[in-house]
Design a protein around this ligand. Structure first.
Ligand code: 5GP
Length: 187
């Protein structure tokens, strides 16, 4: 049976790059596929980056207790369908890229989960990264919104099992892979 790892980190922290480097180095890691009501972005691949669902469908899944966790976040709903997550666990370790509220719900239901938080080197650096992101043209309002959200997320980091700093994506990926391999060899 594979183990569960939650990896959280604020928008702009470079989590996508870190996760990419981790999977390049360890091809056996599996990703949980979240369901969301947010609109797909150009870079999204339905069924790969997210399962895009209507709010009605999402609420139906909530009623059916189909989620391992779920959250209403940035005006959209996000959740981890339990069936796909548990099925993947029969094949390997599963990574959940979810925010703190969801992370703590997973811990309630699956106490053996390992919670890992990726921090930026500083809030100033996070702001700089958000402002110079090549893939998005964020409005000032959106940048403010994300920084506020990031401040709240950082305040939750003390409840995580591990906090890693993304000062360098390769180094950060290696640090997380070391946590995973240590957990693998535990017990
Ligand atoms: P985005 O819309 O930019 O893809 O993701 C926004 C945020 O939603 C990220 O912080 C991401 O970690 C979080 N998120 C993605 N999927 C889930 C999920 O299934 N559950 C929860 N609680 N958060 C999620």
């Amino acid at each position: 049976m594979g183990k569960l790892f939650v990896i959280s980190g604020a928008s702009g922290v470079g989590k996508g790059t870190v996760l990419g480097k981790m999977t390049a180095k360890r091809g056996d890691l599996l990703f949980s596929l979240s369901a969301t009501t947010r609109a797909p972005r150009p870079e999204d691949i339905p069924g790969v980056t997210y399962d895009f669902v209507t709010r009605e469908k999402f609420m139906e899944m909530v009623d059916e207790d189909a989620f391992a966790e779920y959250d209403i976040h940035l005006s959209a709903c996000y959740g981890t369908p339990r069936a796909q997550m548990e099925e993947k666990q029969t094949r390997g370790h599963v990574l959940l890229d979810i925010e703190p509220k969801g992370a703590f719900q997973v811990r309630e239901r699956y106490p053996e989960v390992t919670l890992i938080f990726i921090k930026p080197p500083s809030m100033e650096e996070l702001e700089r990264r958000l402002r110079t992101r090549p893939d998005t043209t964020l409005t000032e309002e959106k940048i403010r919104e994300r920084l506020e959200r990031a401040t709240w997320e950082m305040a939750q980091s003390g409840k995580y099992d591990y906090v890693v700093v993304n000062d360098d994506a390769d180094r950060c990926a290696d640090e997380i892979l070391k946590i995973i391999s240590d957990k693998e060899h535990e017990e």
